[in-house]
Design a binder for this molecule. Structure first.
Ligand SMILES: Cc1ncc(COP(=O)(O)O)c(C=O)c1O
Length: 399
């Protein structure tokens, strides 16, 4: 095993070039094909990707769009959500879950997350409905954060009892499954995916897709993403320009064929890290850092043994007071890291009008102060992943 002092090894948080080197021979011909065809918008490449994604995500329809953010906005609009409506989403997520709600004139209602999985749970959701105007809540957006599904049984049952649609933000979770083997994006009325380059299935630029089983909704979204136009130059409603172009579709279709083996690589790296942290005296995220252990380091506890976690990110936790130092030392050892996310949404300045304050969502706030993402990408060599985890353990031991 490589020692932590070996700083000749460099491990960025993500190395897309390493991935591209393995698929260049498949990508270049399809890119050339699109260029030769000069069919850049819509067409057969988009239709092929939409068919492949709907199959992969166990849905009957998939509608490509310009980004993951638009993939959230489009079904909200398609369901008629707008001014005066409230939509529940977790406070600990990427900004655009809530940003897309607000872009339609609706208001986000933030809920806390489960402290071990970082996901919305039925309990955290229930508390969000404890408000006098809960009857204005018109949708619920659970986020399958970091690549593992929320516990959807409770969320779906809770929503069904109130006749409220569930839109899954599966931007980070393509191919993830819940404990019943249901794919992310196939459980609610719609699933929202991002193909931002850093996602497990990433494009060569921005792109996104919405999945659904609902044919009428799928057809409506296909119009909304193209200015609400149907037929050509006739607009029954106002949509937006949110198309997924043919070059992205061609690249993503090729990459999709590799996704399962990439996921397996991420899972192996995660298992390696889990074991190393446990062997060094750390514990899983089920054990809060306030509980003493030999090593104040926590690895992410998978929410359900039978579920499929696709590890878009591998999140460790260290005491908040030490986090900056840990990241500085990691960087000195040439190990990339990132904080997802340093400030929960209920405390963001732009959402002041929602009335959130410190202490409202303690699990989200603690995660924001203690979490660090470390490299998990499938192209990590054994030497690199040993260097990552041994560096981290050595740093935390010396705190
Ligand atoms: C949870 C989550 N939701 C939504 C998005 C938005 O996706 P995009 O960046 O493609 O607009 C992202 C992307 O980072 C995300 O991680």
């Amino acid at each position: 095993m490589t020692t932590a002092s070996n700083t000749d090894i460099t491990v960025p948080l993500l190395d897309l070039k390493a991935q591209y080197d393995t698929i260049r021979d498949e990508i270049e011909p399809v890119v050339r094909e699109v260029i030769e065809s000069q069919w850049f918008i819509g067409g057969p490449k988009l239709a092929e990707l939409e068919a492949d994604i709907s199959t992969y995500c166990s849905c009957t329809h998939a509608v490509g769009c310009a980004s993951g953010s638009d993939a959230i906005l489009l079904p909200l609009q398609g369901l008629g959500i707008g001014h005066g409506d409230l939509v529940v989403c977790p406070s600990y997520t990427f900004f655009s879950t809530a940003g897309s709600i607000h872009r339609l004139g609706a208001t986000p209602v933030f809920c806390d997350v489960d402290p071990a999985s970082y996901n919305m749970s039925c309990e955290t959701l229930q508390r969000a409905f404890d408000r006098p105007d809960a009857d204005r809540i018109k949708a619920i957006i659970p986020v399958h954060l970091f690549g593992q599904c929320c516990d959807m049984d409770g969320i779906l049952e809770f929503a069904a009892a109130r006749n409220i649609p569930v839109i899954e933000d599966a931007a980070q979770a393509i191919g993830a499954e819940d404990l019943h083997g249901r794919r992310a994006g196939s459980m609610g009325i719609a699933g929202c995916f991002s193909f931002f380059p850093s996602k497990n299935l990433g494009g060569f630029g921005d792109a996104g897709i919405v999945t659904t089983h609902d044919e009428a909704l799928g057809n409506r979204l296909a119009k909304l993403r193209n200015h609400g136009m149907d037929p050509k130059y006739f607009h029954g409603e106002i949509g937006l320009n949110s198309r997924l172009d043919a070059l992205q579709a061609a690249v993503l279709t090729v990459k999709l064929r590799h996704l399962d083996s990439w996921t397996e690589g991420r899972q192996k790296n995660a298992a390696f890290y889990d074991a190393a942290i446990r062997d060094a005296g750390g514990a899983s995220s089920l054990v809060g850092l306030e509980v003493a252990s030999d090593l104040p380091l926590r690895f992410p506890e998978p929410a359900n043994a039978g579920a499929r976690h696709i590890y878009n990110q591998y999140i460790v936790r260290v005491p908040a007071k030490d986090r900056d130092l840990v990241r500085t030392r990691l960087s000195e050892m040439n190990v990339g890291s990132e904080i997802y996310y340093p400030l929960p949404l209920h405390l963001q300045k732009c959402f002041d009008f929602c009335g959130g304050s410190k202490g409202d969502h303690p699990a989200a706030e603690a995660a924001a102060h203690e979490s660090i993402a470390i490299p998990i990408y499938p192209d990590l060599t054994e030497t690199q992943r040993s260097h990552v985890i041994q560096s981290l353990i050595t740093i935390v031991r010396e705190l």
